[in-house]
Design a binder for this molecule. Structure first.
Ligand code: G4P
Length: 281
């Protein structure tokens, strides 16, 4: 699923978010473990003022585990609860309910002091498109969970999924608009496939990925595609084209095709677990 973001989309998404945030205690924010900062929208900090916050490093299976842990520490140091998950395979999902309780402990305590007992925590999942919100909700709620439906006093049309007696989840996630004003952020979002390829130069993007790989994961491309250490990024694409027999007009190397192969392999985790962003960069 790809989105193009225009000011109109953003205004609508922001309005929906503002309305839904009023109803909840906890914001569960999904980020992509490969780019934990670039896949966030910092506006959520403003929108979610006063709410308990939990950051999930999703797609943790595609990112380097040592760096997943470093990012968890980073977010914790900024005052968020944070854990890594693989929503697709269910890794880390089992413990989420207790993580949710823990993230809301202050609020539960406050309630108790005011004599409010056993009021379930209400949570909403938010994140930029394609970060895995639907996959996560399905993994967490599964089929066993009954929807609670509308309740008197609750805004009409909202569906809540009861996870257990202490947690309810809004069944529709909040879509945050990706922020690609900064070229570097835009490029990273493009690497993971959050921005449509057609509007980007595939070869230029792949060449940037080659440069990144040479710096942080030397030797990986050489081994994967059985190519020599490349002199430069475009030579690397041409070597991949040669190695994969991608030709145009019979004898020219199809570097555009090689670029697509490289980007697809990266996005599908076939280059190994790769993290594009490190804390404190
Ligand atoms: P969204 O609601 O936030 O827009 O995202 P969605 O759940 O639709 O997930 C987007 C893509 O990310 C899906 O792949 C989904 O399978 C994949 N995904 C979600 N969580 C994880 C995870 O933890 N690890 C990995 N490796 N992938 C994850 P897709 O290509 O669109 O579909 P499919 O290939 O799964 O059929």
């Amino acid at each position: 699923m790809h989105f193009q973001w225009y000011p109109g989309h953003m205004t609508k998404a922001r309005r929906m978010m503002q309305e839904n945030i009023k109803l909840i205690d906890l914001i569960i924010e999904l980020v992509d473990a490969r780019i934990p900062l670039s896949s966030r929208n910092p506006d959520i900090d403003d929108l979610g003022k006063g709410k308990a916050r939990l950051i999930l490093l999703n797609k943790a299976d595609l990112a380097e585990d040592r760096l997943n842990d470093a990012w968890i520490e980073y977010f914790k140091s900024k005052g968020y609860s944070a854990v890594k998950v693989n929503s697709k395979k269910g890794g880390g999902i089992k413990s989420i309910q207790s993580v949710i309780q823990e993230a809301c402990r202050e609020k539960t305590e406050r309630d108790r002091k005011r004599g409010i007992l056993n009021r379930p925590v209400r949570a909403m999942v938010v994140g930029i498109p394609n970060v895995g919100k639907s996959t996560f909700i399905n993994a967490l709620a599964g089929k066993a969970c009954a929807k609670t439906g509308n309740k008197p006093g609750v805004t009409k049309g909202k569906q809540w999924i009861r996870l257990n007696k202490s947690v309810e989840l809004l069944d529709t996630p909040g879509i945050l608009w990706p922020k690609f004003e900064d070229q570097e952020v835009g490029r990273k979002l493009a690497f993971i496939g959050s921005i449509k390829d057609e509007i980007l130069q595939t070869e230029e993007l792949a060449a940037e990925l080659v440069k990144f790989m040479a710096k942080f994961y030397p030797g990986v491309l050489e081994e994967k595609y059985d190519i020599p250490e490349p002199a430069d990024a475009y030579k690397c694409l041409s070597d991949i084209a040669e190695s994969r027999h991608c030709l145009v007009r019979g004898n020219e190397f199809d570097t555009e095709k090689a670029a697509s192969i490289l980007l697809d392999d990266f996005r599908g985790g076939r280059l190994g677990r790769i993290t594009l962003e490190r804390p404190q960069e």
